[in-house]
Design a protein. Structure first.
Length: 276
């Protein structure tokens, strides 16, 4: 039965094993943030009408949601789970849901396992560029239990990502690793830029152990390397590159190549409410 998506973690459900891993990750986020989980499967009526039995195709979609619900219950039995089958593309359905959701989630379609693949039209990239709330892009395998990684460049977008990362770290009882990368040909405003930003948020989350690192290099390459030991990597949607449109270069690079799940933070105020 359909259920409201208001305040829920909404995850797109497909037929692959990767999709079930994303359901596990989304269930973990729902549990950490005390949110319900909403399973969303986009049903292709055009394909169904060409199949020998429309009822059979619909039944297969219902079976997918049932299996996904079982998987979510296995990892987070206390999380309320609802399911819904909608018509149309998964990306469009999740974008609509993002207007009222706490977070939307989707698998990466195998991008992280294809170093030379940079498909701008990949569903996960489209969702991260257009959603109205934070977007979790899952990976095929489980991430290590390392720190919560966040890239910070001083922009309002990265400030929102930093605040959300602190909240994620607190709820996961994890260490926070905040990284600021200065490109070799750009002036450096100093380490205090990052430490001051982290200190402002740390006052709200005193239980979170936070580390700050400012390094020189290519931002995307540095954050990808740091993400290899992270349980999740967070980044603002556009950083300090608003001319690039809906999604910045660094956030795209992490989506394509980070081995860890990525949360693209969007739709949030740069100054989060006090942690509770």
């Amino acid at each position: 039965m359909a259920a409201p998506t208001h305040g829920a973690v909404v995850v797109g459900v497909g037929s692959s094993e990767e999709d079930l891993q994303v359901v596990r990750e989304a269930a973990g986020e729902a549990a950490a943030h005390d949110r319900p989980l909403h399973l969303l499967h986009a049903f292709n009526w055009t394909a169904a009408l060409e199949a020998p039995s429309v009822a059979g195709s619909r039944a297969a979609a219902e079976d997918l949601l049932e299996r996904a619900g079982q998987v979510a219950g296995e990892v987070e039995p206390a999380v309320p789970v609802s399911g819904e089958i909608v018509e149309g593309s998964p990306v469009d359905a999740l974008i609509r849901a993002s207007d009222s959701a706490f977070m939307v989630a989707l698998g990466d379609g195998g991008m992280a396992d294809c170093p030379d693949c940079v498909p701008a039209d990949a569903p996960a990239v489209q969702l991260a560029a257009r959603a109205g709330c934070p977007v979790l892009v899952g990976r095929a395998g489980p991430a290590p239990q390392g720190p919560v990684l966040v890239g910070v460049d001083g922009s309002s977008s990265s400030q929102a990502a930093l605040g959300f990362a602190f909240d994620c770290a607190r709820r996961r009882s994890a260490r926070l690793l905040a990284v600021r990368v200065v490109e070799p040909d750009r002036p450096d405003d100093g380490e205090e830029v990052l430490t001051a930003a982290v200190a402002r948020h740390a006052q709200r989350y005193p239980s979170v152990a936070a580390e700050c690192h400012t390094v020189r290099g290519d931002p995307g390459a540095v954050l990808i390397e740091q993400s290899r030991s992270a349980q999740v990597a967070l980044v603002g949607a556009r950083g300090d590159e608003p001319w690039r449109g809906m999604l910045g270069e660094v956030s795209q690079t992490l989506l394509y190549h980070s081995p860890a799940p990525v949360i693209v933070v969007r739709g949030l105020d740069p100054t989060p409410p006090l942690g509770t």
